[in-house]
Ligand binder design. Structure first.
Ligand code: NAD
Ligand code: UGA
Length: 459
């Protein structure tokens, strides 16, 4: 099928950047991204590209280049679906918060709604592409909905999981390690391969069956998260043995079989996907009665929760076992640098723990605003919105956030933190001035020479 029009349902962290790059690299294809969230679509259409709903280095430039030419953002979902030959489903698949599988399984209601909508409005044949991360065998359910419409319209279903990481999404999309396409129909697979073929060499486009493709996505995230939990587990051992986790990571990373990437010990991984996808994997394994497999992967999450908890426990015990009434400055709230995304950020859980101990928290993050920070805390339902407002203040100026603080907690590895005037910062803090570096981005000797009481992860 020759693709001239693409519709993508879901204008989020995946749909937005992925379609922007597809549009840039395929000027002959009209790409329309639709969403039920009118406010989000309006932000994507904002003339001022600094107001786009998501922040990703390089994204604004591509949107500026393509928007209104062959990239469009719209709330006209039905029309865009029907006009397109290829429809991507790129909606959210959060962990279920109710019913069977609550807290573990992926909530597929948004995906199912999309499938039903496509079934209802399509008047011509379509290739339907699963871009969202889905449990293995979801394509079966989508197929069943699409093949029972009673009309003559034919649908081919493909799985095409996305491997981009936030903060580097545009580079990841422009130079992907691989593009994975799972499907039954060779013709449909080749139609999608051609779209990517505009900029990705064919040896990097993997064709598999649908189930391998769906399961590979969950497996890739599980392996990546497992590496972080592995190095974080070692970081705790380092703290008891005078080994240095950075030195250990370097030493093992030089083994070409292990490799150097993803070995940064941290306060624990965050982000919208690692936890949700592993929980989903655990749930699927248990549903097949594979308890040892489920327990194995669940340990990655248990260790990650432990890492977040022990960071705040250490902060409290170092501050003489009480943070009540003390100002703690948190540098960073996003789950990693170069994104405004805060979903499952370790900062939220550390802040919540410190607030339970009656700390007063001052936050500075270069890309996250007060509204988002309050919403993240309110979502936990630990205390009233008013209490969160009273105890947590957000600042636009990091030095103001730090002024008179008893301690600084570095939550996100933003580059700008490394370039601050740390002597000046020492001067404006209460003494002793503590730094808890949850990202190991500052130099211990330099900080101690200034006068700080400095602690980091795994040293
Ligand atoms: P997101 O929450 O940022 O965006 C999803 C969008 O879908 C929202 O704007 C929502 O309004 C819209 N939506 C939901 N139901 C809809 C419907 N019925 N019709 C129209 N629009 C609808 O989510 P995201 O981060 O872009 O993730 C999307 C999927 O991609 C998830 O399955 C996720 O696991 C996967 N994924 C995410 C990343 C990432 O870095 N965020 C990377 C790879 C894969
Ligand atoms: C991750 C994967 O890297 C992507 O391939 C995948 O597409 C995506 O999930 C997804 O499915 O959503 P992302 O969560 O955006 O991408 O970012 P990562 O760079 O993987 O970082 C995740 C978390 O791990 C962050 O909190 C980061 O700070 C932390 N991390 C990462 C570490 O603590 N140590 C490391 O060495 C690397």
């Amino acid at each position: 099928m020759k693709i001239t029009k693409i519709c993508c349902i879901g204008a989020g962290y995946v749909g937005g950047p992925t379609m922007a790059v597809i549009a840039k690299k395929n000027p002959h294809i009209q790409v329309t991204i639709v969403d039920i969230n009118a406010e989000r679509i309006a932000a994507w259409n904002d003339k001022d590209v600094s107001k786009l709903p998501i922040y990703e280095p390089g994204l604004a430039e591509i949107v500026e280049e393509t928007r209104g030419k062959n990239l469009f953002f719209s709330t006209e979902i039905d029309k865009s679906i029907d006009e397109a030959e290829m429809v991507f489903i790129s909606v959210n698949t959060p962990t279920k918060t109710y019913g069977k599988g609550k807290g573990m399984a992926a909530d597929l209601k948004y995906v199912e709604l999309c499938a039903r909508n496509i079934a209802k409005v399509a008047t011509t044949d379509k290739i339907v592409v699963e871009k969202s991360t889905l449990p293995v065998r979801t394509a079966q359910a989508i197929k069943s909905i699409l093949h029972n419409t009673g009309s003559d319209v034919n649908f081919s279903i493909l799985s095409n999981p996305e491997f981009l990481a936030e903060g580097t999404a545009i580079q990841d999309l422009l130079n992907p390690d691989r593009v994975l396409i799972g499907g039954e129909s060779e013709e449909a697979i080749e139609s999608l391969a051609q779209v990517y073929g505009s900029w990705v060499s064919d040896d990097r486009i993997l064709r598999t069956n649908v189930w391998s493709s769906e399961l590979s996505k969950l497996t890739a995230n599980a392996f990546l998260a497992q590496r972080i939990s592995s190095i974080n587990a070692i970081s705790e051992l380092c703290e008891h043995t005078e080994a240095d986790v950075n030195e250990v990571a370097k030493a093992i990373g030089m083994d070409s079989r292990i490799g150097p990437k993803f070995l940064n010990a941290s306060i624990g991984f965050g982000g919208s996907c690692f936890q949700k996808d592993i929980l989903n994997l655990v749930y699927i394994a248990r549903s097949y009665g594979l308890n040892e497999v489920a327990d194995y992967w669940e340990q990655v999450i248990i260790l990650n929760d432990h890492q977040k908890r022990r960071f705040s426990d250490n902060l409290i015990s170092t501050l003489y076992n009480t943070v009540s009434g003390k100002k703690i400055a948190m540098l960073g709230w996003a789950f990693k640098k170069d994104t405004n995304d805060t979903r499952e950020s370790a900062a939220i859980y550390v802040a919540d723990h410190l607030l339970n101990e009656q700390a007063e928290i001052a936050v500075y993050d270069p890309k996250v605003n007060q509204q988002r920070i309050q919403a993240d805390l309110n979502y936990l339902n630990t205390r009233t919105e008013k209490e969160n407002e009273e105890l947590v203040t957000t600042f636009d100026d990091p030095y103001k956030a730090i002024e008179d603080a008893h301690a600084i907690a570095i939550m996100t590895e933003w580059d700008e933190f490394k370039t601050y005037d740390w002597k000046k910062i020492y001067g404006i803090m209460k003494k002793p001035a503590f730094i808890f570096d949850g990202r190991n981005i500052l130099d211990k000797t330099e900080m101690e020479n200034i006068g700080f009481e400095y602690s980091s992860i795994g040293k």
